[in-house]
Design a protein around this ligand. Structure first.
Ligand SMILES: C[S@@+](CC[C@H](N)C(=O)[O-])C[C@H]1O[C@@H](n2cnc3c(N)ncnc32)[C@H](O)[C@@H]1O
Length: 441
């Protein structure tokens, strides 16, 4: 995943902008950003699950000498509110990819005595916390003697990483085979810029993993799924030691588990290929994980008439039948649906499965009403991945927009997704065969 996209979306949501002259976000765990105010920085940290902490940077360098001279150049008037005699403070050391002894840590703190700290040290409950951050790179097999970069700053806030544990699917009341991981659900809600009182919709809702994250941020949530049992919390249980789902295993109960029931609007049994909504713009965000046909089928409802020639049909043509739902049709429908029902400025966030050897950016579905905001990869295997696509509605939907993207090259490119399932399994089959062969050797 690319944390940069989460941070970018959140900064825009809170009135900031992602500005930095640093180019190595992917390679370094530390970033230097320009954020207009401390309030924006705090708001950002109330939401992010990708960033661990944020500091006001007082100095940095590639060596201790560079750090000290940078600190000496930091304007004293900016330090004064945090170092005056009535204040209490503490200095901490964070190292990335190396552990320091207590003695080494104390040495580093003592070396900062030139800073104008006049307050009292308080290790338990300081008013202000300062940190030295040392970056020893990403390779645990090649840890340099000296850090690549050293930073010193005033701690402002921590991010929301604990949400990954507190909302873990392992401890969730109602789960299914494809329940979305808690961390990714929060990242998706952040890409979708979900905020209080928004209405968020998931057309492939499953067990509602994505609704939970949006509700946590104060949005009212609803969804649809073609599977009656999933929507009604019936049928076989997913947990190993349980045969059938219990009486209250459903999405509403999941929200209740986290104290979020008041954000539950409803979930309906409905086929995403035939949305049952009246024309209108209802949603601030559509956040979803469509089926890829790997652990759940990609089906849609249809009538006997739609069954291709040569396949036996039943005499009653009104009986709905289950037809396979090609991935390209599914994404085409999803984009059209989002273009029609999102508010202007609303966001669509969804996963697009791709066969990596054949993937090109042209495959990402486009729509005249939706602007592509970001496209981040999550690897699934050596040859498959899924891309987290974020789009924003930038134009009011008109009837002529519905098919206008069909003749484009983009549409032809993403028809390649139809064979994702076969490619996925052929790759898996080959890998198993390879592994079996090597274990026999
Ligand atoms: C990847 S799962 C979604 C999992 C969900 N995010 C969760 O946290 O549980 C995809 C869901 O799409 C549903 N689905 C498949 N075809 C559908 C269709 N045509 N219309 C609506 N839902 C469909 C499946 O029943 C499945 O629950």
């Amino acid at each position: 995943m690319q944390p940069k996209q989460e941070i970018k979306s959140l900064l825009l949501l809170f009135g900031g902008q992602f500005t930095s002259n640093q180019e190595s976000y992917g390679k370094s765990p530390f970033w230097i950003l320009s954020i207009p105010s401390e309030d924006i920085a705090r708001n950002l940290m109330k939401r992010t699950v990708c960033a661990k902490s944020i500091f006001e940077l007082w100095g940095h360098g590639k060596s201790t000498e560079e750090l000290y001279s940078s600190l000496k150049n930091y304007p004293v008037e900016k330090m004064v509110p945090f170092v005056h005699p009535d204040s209490t403070y503490k200095i901490k050391i964070h190292t990335f990819n190396k552990t320091l002894t207590q003695e080494e840590k104390v040495k580093r703190i003592d070396a900062l005595e030139f800073l104008p700290f006049e307050g009292k040290v308080n290790l338990k409950k300081p008013q202000h916390t300062f940190s030295i951050l040392e970056d020893y790179g990403l390779d645990p097999n090649c840890i340099p003697e000296k850090p690549h970069n050293i930073y010193f700053g005033r701690w402002i806030a921590d991010g929301q990483r604990e949400l990954i544990q507190s909302y873990s699917v392992k401890k969730r009341h109602f789960i299914g085979n494809t329940s979305m991981d808690a961390g990714l659900s929060f990242i998706m809600a952040n890409h979708g810029q979900v905020k209080e009182n928004d209405v968020v919709f998931d057309p492939f809702v499953g067990t509602g993993g994505l609704l939970i994250a949006s509700a946590h941020f104060g949005a009212y949530v609803c969804g649809t799924d073609i599977d009656y049992n999933t929507v009604h919390g019936l049928g076989k249980a997913t947990r190993k030691n349980q045969k059938w789902r219990g009486p209250d295993e459903n999405i509403r109960a999941n929200l209740r588990q986290y104290g979020l029931e008041k954000y539950y609007l409803d979930v309906l049994v409905s086929d995403a290929s035939k949305p049952s909504w009246r024309k209108g713009t209802y949603f601030d965000a559509i956040i979803t994980d469509p089926p890829y046909g790997i652990r759940e089928s990609t089906r849609r409802t249809g009538s006997q008439k739609e069954i291709p020639k040569g396949i036996e049909k039943c005499p009653e043509s009104h009986v709905p039948v289950s037809l396979s739902y090609h991935l390209s049709d599914m994404f085409f429908d999803l984009l059209n649906f989002a273009a029609e029902t999102l508010m202007l400025g609303g966001r669509l966030v969804y996963w697009l499965p791709v066969y990596t050897p054949e993937y090109t950016e042209e495959m990402v579905p486009r729509h005249p009403c939706l602007r592509l905001i970001s496209n981040c990869e999550q690897k699934l295997s050596n040859h498959t991945s899924r891309r987290l696509i974020t789009m924003e509605k930038v134009k009011t939907f008109e009837d002529r927009d519905q098919y206008s993207h069909l003749p484009s090259d983009h549409f032809l490119a993403y028809q390649g997704h139809n064979s994702f399932r076969e490619k996925y399994f052929s790759g898996v089959t080959k890998r198993i065969a390879r592994e079996e062969k090597s274990s026999q050797e």
